[in-house]
Design a protein around this ligand. Structure first.
Ligand code: F6R
Length: 365
């Protein structure tokens, strides 16, 4: 059932093109996002909402942080993203003007379920993005957008991360459309690029051999720093989480501009910096942070846009991903990070599909 792969995680990483195709299928027609078959939202609902809260744990939370950046662009709503175990004990104003989106692969995460119950009691419209149709979360919410990623067996989430980001992006585009906060031209341009993403993801997966070389070169390091800015910051968080989960190597992620406020003290020639630096609005800024790391002799591994000879000059090593509109770069930049974590863990002989101390669904607080 691993279909020729050594591990479920490897199989699931390689399924991501297909998962994205399935997630988009039937939800885009004539260049527009249409979720009316999935969501029971009315035009009045969409007009009433003033706020969006997105709540999740772990990798699902990082998917939400990626989506935060597009909700703030594509909709006119106030957007907040929080960790479920924090949200449930906070006093964020949540009310009938709030659309609360709960993201959970399993639909069984105790904190996410509890946060949903709280938001629901406060009158929010609660929506779930989940991979499990009959899960507790799915049964309790007002509306559901199913991932259709197929079962994910590896404890480390991979295909459900990209699937969740896609489902959240579809939700943002649909909301933008219902609220009229996006022009038809803008929507058509975004949808057009969105449809290319599964192919571009498959293109990145073909670079696996390059990532294996990086894993061979760096697997014996004790600490890693992952950096990114803008929409690449949550990608850095996710890359660091994958590495620590399955290889048990200490990895931290920072918004690159924060480096000089503390973490730069950690850097020397022993600590590699993984820089997520696609050609986007933040590119020059991230590049200047890369130079700060280089000045401390840290080896820098870049995840760059294809043909970016300028950035690659400053990198000790790099992997390229195809060009895309900046909103969509996380689908591509996260792939080398997943593969890197996988191959480092494999070289180190770790239990990749069943890392110590972790469970696939966390049903206790
Ligand atoms: C990381 C990972 C966990 C989960 C988290 C939430 O690879 O798998 O961080 O993302 O436990 O789980 P769900 O999405 O099922 O609520």
């Amino acid at each position: 059932e691993k279909a020729g792969h050594s591990h479920y995680m490897h199989k699931e990483i390689h399924e991501q093109g297909m998962v994205l195709r399935t997630t988009l299928k039937g939800r885009i027609s004539d260049g527009r996002v249409d979720l009316s078959k999935d969501l029971n939202w009315t035009q009045e609902d969409a007009q009433r909402w003033k706020k969006v809260h997105i709540i999740a744990c772990g990798t699902s939370y990082y998917a939400a942080l990626v989506a935060e950046r597009v909700f703030e662009r594509w909709t006119d709503l106030d957007i907040r993203v929080d960790i479920a175990s924090e949200y449930r004990y906070r006093n964020l104003r949540c009310d009938p003007e709030t659309l609360a989106i709960f993201v959970s692969q399993s639909g069984e995460t105790a904190d996410t379920i509890a946060a949903q119950r709280k938001a629901r009691a406060e009158g929010a419209h609660c929506m779930a993005i989940t991979n499990v149709r009959g899960s507790t979360l799915a049964r309790e919410v007002h509306s559901i957008l199913l991932l259709k990623a197929g079962p994910e067996i590896g404890v480390a989430a991979t295909k459900t991360f990209t699937g969740q980001v896609a489902a959240l992006f579809l939700s943002a585009l649909y909301l933008g459309r219902l609220r009229g906060s996006m022009t038809a031209d803008e929507e058509a341009r975004l949808v057009n690029e969105f449809l290319q993403i599964p192919y571009k993801v498959e293109n990145v997966l073909e670079k696996e051999n390059e990532v294996i070389k990086l894993a061979q070169k760096y697997h014996d390091r004790q600490d890693f720093l992952f950096i990114g800015r803008g929409i690449s910051f949550p990608v850095a968080l996710e890359g660091a989480l994958k590495l620590k989960e399955i290889s048990y190597i200490h990895a931290e992620a920072y918004a690159a501009g924060e480096m000089k406020h503390g973490p730069i003290a950690l850097l020397d020639e022993k600590v590699p910096v993984m820089a997520i630096i696609p050609r986007d609005m933040m590119y020059e800024k991230t590049l200047s942070n890369v130079l700060e790391a280089k000045a401390r002799k840290a080896p820098v591994i870049g995840v760059c846009t294809e043909g970016d000879e300028h950035a690659s000059k400053y990198m000790d090593d790099y992997v390229e991903v195809p060009w895309t509109d900046e909103e969509f770069s996380p689908f591509l930049t996260v792939i080398p990070l997943q593969l890197f974590a996988f191959h480092v863990a494999k070289i180190l002989g770790k239990e990749i599909d069943q890392p110590r101390n972790l469970a696939k669904s966390v049903t206790v607080e």
